[in-house]
Design a protein. Structure first.
Length: 256
C-alpha cells in the first residue's frame, strides 16, 4: 500500500514527513523516525463532499485556465508597492482542511482568505462545507483575480456563497468576517503590524491563521494560541500542507 509520504526540511538537519494516514513524523538527521503526531480535527463542520470528489470538482473548475504563478511586471510592482510580497504558493486541498481545523471554523461562519490568488481556498470551502455562511477572497493581482473569477463562474451554485474582490487586503471591508487566513510567509514585520491593526478593528473576527507571526502587540484584543510557542518537532502538528511542502501556521484568537 502506498502511503504517499511528503517531506519538508526541519531545523537541526531533520525533516518532517506526513502521509495519507493523517500521521505526522519527525525524522532526524540519521533517518530515524523519532516522533509521531496524529492530526486532530478541531472543527464541527460536516463535509458535503469527499476529498477525492473535491479534487475532481476543482480540477474541472480550473481546467484550461492560466497558471497564476507568473503575472505581469506591473502587477508585481503593484504588490511590492503595497508592502506585500510577490512570491506565490497555495495551500493544497489538504492544507485548506488543516487550516479550517486550526481555526475551529463553525457552521454559519464567514471565512476570508487574504491574498487569495486563484481563489482555490474559498471555492474549496464553498464546495466542501456548505454550512458556512459565505467565503471572501481578496487578491491584489488582476491576473490571479481573473482566474479566480473564471473558475467561480463555472459553477452557479458558488455565486451566492463566494465573493471575490480585487483589491488591497489592508483596505477591504472585513466587518462580516468571523475567521481568516492570510498566506503571509514572506511579509515583513512592518506590513504584519499594519495588517494586525486592520484585523483588530474587525468586530466579528474571532480567529486568525497566518504563516508569519504577528509582531508583539500588533494584534490587540487577540492572544496567541498555545501552539504558537512550540519548537522543533513539537511544532510539527501545527504545520499545514502547501504547494511548496509544509508551512507552520500561527493562530490568534480574540480574547477582548
Amino acid at each position: 500500500m502506498r502511503l504517499g509520504l511528503r517531506f519538508a526540511a526541519a531545523a537541526g538537519g531533520g525533516i518532517f514527513a506526513w502521509s495519507a494516514m493523517r500521521e505526522y513524523r519527525f525524522i532526524n538527521a540519521d533517518g530515524q523516525s523519532v516522533h509521531r503526531y496524529p492530526k486532530q480535527d478541531r472543527s464541527s463542520l460536516s463535509r458535503a463532499l469527499s476529498g477525492d470528489a473535491v479534487d475532481r470538482k476543482l480540477d474541472a473548475l480550473y481546467a484550461g485556465l492560466p497558471d497564476v504563478h507568473d503575472i505581469p511586471p506591473d502587477e508585481l510592482e503593484l504588490i511590492d508597492r503595497s508592502g506585500g510580497h510577490d512570491a506565490y504558493g497555495e495551500l493544497t486541498t489538504r492544507g485548506v482542511r488543516e487550516v479550517v481545523h486550526r481555526l475551529q471554523v463553525q457552521p454559519g461562519d464567514v471565512l476570508a482568505d487574504l491574498g487569495s490568488g486563484s481563489g482555490s481556498m474559498v471555492i474549496q470551502c464553498a464546495l466542501e462545507w456548505p454550512s458556512l455562511r459565505s467565503m471572501l477572497g481578496v487578491e491584489l493581482s488582476h491576473t490571479r483575480h481573473a482566474t479566480a473569477v473564471a473558475a467561480h463562474s463555472r459553477d452557479p451554485q458558488l455565486l451566492h456563497k463566494v465573493q471575490l474582490i480585487e483589491g488591497d487586503m489592508l483596505a477591504v471591508d472585513l466587518s462580516d468576517v468571523d475567521v481568516l487566513y492570510v498566506a503571509s510567509l514572506l511579509f515583513d514585520d512592518e506590513f504584519m503590524g499594519r495588517l494586525g491593526g486592520v484585523l483588530a478593528r474587525q468586530p466579528r473576527l474571532r480567529a486568525v491563521a497566518s504563516l508569519t507571526p504577528f509582531p508583539p502587540d500588533s494584534l490587540p484584543g487577540f492572544s496567541d494560541d498555545p501552539s504558537n510557542f512550540g519548537e522543533s518537532a513539537d511544532m510539527l502538528s501545527e504545520r499545514v500542507e502547501v504547494t511548496w511542502g509544509a508551512a507552520r501556521t500561527y493562530v490568534y484568537r480574540r480574547t477582548l
